[in-house]
Write a new protein. Structure first.
Length: 134
């Protein structure tokens, strides 16, 4: 059996699946129907929860958390001081980009785990700039 490639999941992808009003919902509904091993950041979870809370209400934000609990093979990487230092390096390295702390943490995770697939709608950096691919 062929091992499926691990993918990093950004906030936009985690929002697009449960938010049926979005233009990317159909794509991510298909991807989440049979996902490979997935990895995301604790900051992405916080961003997504906040997005549903601000855009809709507490009920939808709680439904978002329940959705995440049910995603098979989802690894959530915590954010601590070491992760802050790694993310700060990337924010500094890519100071010409509008890189959020959550984006930088995601890129640091991708670099550390050598993940070259990212489920997102808005990542603008190329993986070659991160030295993830040759």
């Amino acid at each position: 059996m062929v091992r499926r490639t691990e993918a990093y999941v950004d906030t936009a992808a985690l929002i697009a699946f449960p938010d049926r009003s979005g233009s990317h919902h159909t794509l991510f509904r298909r991807l989440f129907s049979d996902p490979p091993p997935l990895t995301t950041s604790a900051l992405v979870i916080a961003e997504g929860h906040g997005w549903f809370l601000r855009r809709y209400d507490q009920r939808r934000a709680i439904e978002f958390l329940a959705f995440l609990r049910d995603v098979p093979h989802l690894r959530i990487v915590p954010f601590d001081k070491e992760q802050l230092i790694n993310a700060q390096r990337l924010v500094t390295q890519f100071a010409d980009q509008s890189l959020t702390l959550a984006d930088a943490h995601g890129l640091a995770i991708m670099r550390a785990r050598r993940i070259v697939v990212c489920w997102s709608t808005d990542f603008h950096l190329t993986l070659t700039r991160l030295s993830l691919v040759s």
